[in-house]
Design a protein around this ligand. Structure first.
Ligand code: 8YV
Length: 323
């Protein structure tokens, strides 16, 4: 009998076609009604799932008795209940590396946009408000040779560091669970504790994974440590920052600006951020270029085939041995 694959988000069409040539495929779609109900129903006889951007846990996978792998089309895996998957002997795979440079590009896009007020000035120009030469209201802040503080010097954090050091001659500070001596040397980066980094950086970029330690890492106290001219950028996960505290800090002008790609609740709807001129809001597009999303889907497909066809561990496994 053909194995069954449940696709739980939009993914590259070519990959769907390849899956359809080998497996029975069901695509979850909000158009077909309640998504969690569809997941419950269609994972009863599923061997694999592929997709991203949905919470998958003990409650919506309750009937997934023959599931062998969840192949996530993402590098982050905070949407999945690892303890549950381990207990059920279900592999979890992800797609690291292929999105590193694209996501680092987006971090810099946000940094530059927030520093130079790009979205506001774009609107201002299009609305015909450019009647004379610009004044202090339109002025932004310099990026070149300033100090950047990177929280989380993983692959993406390091790629941001390279742009900062070699593209913008920035002084690089970083905070990480453990020091990365060699990598730091190549970026002339200095290791700091979190408070020190927040106090010294002109630009603070959050690039950590979301886990128990990093949840609400940046709250009211941490925002208060930042300089009043500083810019905060988040390309990791929304819950790393206490959103209410950030909204408050931005409203009071406690920091200069923020550039955000990720939020506590996604998709972001009717947020106080929408009324603030000093925040740039993007819809979680860190990895969203056509080429990178294609590479991610391809890698996720290979992870899935490793398990369903070759009966071996996925090449990019998150839970290498079940506990
Ligand atoms: C995902 C991401 O593609 O890879 C990640 O962890 O955040 C993005 O690149 C996104 O989560 C898909 O919804």
């Amino acid at each position: 009998m053909q194995k069954k694959v449940v696709v739980f988000s939009q993914i590259d069409q070519e990959i769907i076609q390849r899956l359809e040539q080998q497996f029975q495929v069901f695509q979850i779609s909000p158009k077909l009604g309640d998504v969690n109900q569809q997941i419950l129903e269609h994972t009863k006889d599923a061997d694999a799932m592929i997709g991203a951007g949905r919470l998958l846990n003990a409650s919506n996978l309750a009937h997934a008795s023959q599931l062998k792998i969840i192949s996530s089309v993402s590098v982050g895996y905070d949407n999945y209940d690892l303890a549950f998957l381990n207990q059920k002997n279900i592999w979890l795979s992800h797609t690291p590396h292929v999105l590193t440079e694209t996501t680092a590009d987006l971090a810099f896009t946000l940094l530059m946009s927030a520093a130079r007020k790009v979205p506001v000035l774009d609107q201002w120009t299009k609305q015909g408000q450019w009647k004379r030469t610009v004044g202090p209201e339109q002025f932004g802040m310099d990026v070149f040779a300033k100090t950047i503080g990177i929280i989380g010097l993983g692959h993406i954090g390091a790629a941001i560091g390279r742009r900062a050091r070699y593209g913008f001659n920035m002084n690089v500070l970083y905070h990480n669970r453990r020091e990365k001596i060699e990598l730091a040397e190549s970026l002339s980066a200095q290791y700091c504790d979190l408070d020190d980094l927040l106090q010294r950086a002109d630009f603070v970029v959050v690039a950590v994974d979301l886990n128990a330690e990093s949840k609400a890492l940046i709250g009211e106290r941490e925002l208060a440590l930042m300089q009043s001219h500083a810019v905060l950028v988040n390309i990791s996960r929304g819950s790393v920052i206490d959103e209410a505290a950030l909204i408050d800090a931005l409203s009071r002008g406690q920091i200069f600006a923020a550039g955000l790609d990720v939020y506590e609740q996604e998709p972001l709807q009717e947020s106080p951020f929408f009324t603030l001129a000093n925040v740039v809001t993007l819809p979680h597009v860190g990895s969203a270029t056509a080429a990178t999303r294609k590479r991610m889907a391809e890698l996720a497909y290979q992870n899935l085939v490793d398990v369903l066809v070759h009966e071996r561990a996925p090449r990019y496994v998150v839970n290498p041995k079940f506990e």
